[in-house]
Design a binder for this molecule. Structure first.
Ligand code: GSH
Length: 164
């Protein structure tokens, strides 16, 4: 008897090598054995950046995940945590990213850490923001001081020594 196999959905991740937002998506995909096809637009190259912006992500940030269903329907997800949540809901039994629902305090703990990084630390430390700080007076030191202050905030939140 011939076994009928449903064609699988495909997952294309647009990312950048130095992006921590992309790294968390790639790590989760590995843990859940989700086969990602990775595209790496050079966001420092204006024409590539413009193409990426107009086709996929109006603020030209990464990651962007495109899910293409077997029927050809495409879904675009442009926030790293939304991608993690999608992975979790789509593949709940493969290496769960959150503790079970029966452990609400442990789930809250994980979300607490996620929000520290994604809300309190990452947005101000983003290179776009740090470069704007530098551009105010044209001083590299201003950028360095600013990034250091964000790292100190992270250290206070998670209780480790500041990164020097
Ligand atoms: N909240 C977004 C943040 C996305 C973001 O800031 N991505 C950074 C890389 S980690 C980026 O694209 N930076 C380049 C830029 O904004 O020009 C997420 O978690 O996906």
């Amino acid at each position: 008897m011939t076994q009928h196999t449903e064609p699988a959905d495909s997952f294309r991740l647009y990312c950048y090598y130095s992006s921590s937002c992309c790294h968390r998506v790639i790590i989760a995909a590995h843990l859940k054995s989700i086969p990602l096809t990775v595209s790496v637009p050079n966001l420092k190259d204006e024409p590539q950046r413009d193409e990426y912006r107009s086709a996929l992500n109006p603020i030209a940030s990464v990651p962007t995940l495109i899910v293409t269903s077997a029927s050809g329907r495409k879904t675009r997800i442009r926030q790293s945590v939304a991608i993690l949540e999608y992975f979790e809901e789509r593949f709940p039994h493969r290496y769960p990213l959150l503790p079970p629902v029966s452990e609400p305090e442990q789930r809250a703990r994980v979300r607490d850490f996620v929000n520290i990084i994604t809300s309190d630390v990452q947005p101000p430390a983003n290179s776009r923001g740090a470069q704007r700080v530098r551009a105010i007076r044209g001083e590299l030191d201003d950028q360095a001081t600013f990034v250091k202050s964000v790292r100190t905030r992270l250290s206070l939140l998670i209780g480790v020594q500041p990164i020097r």
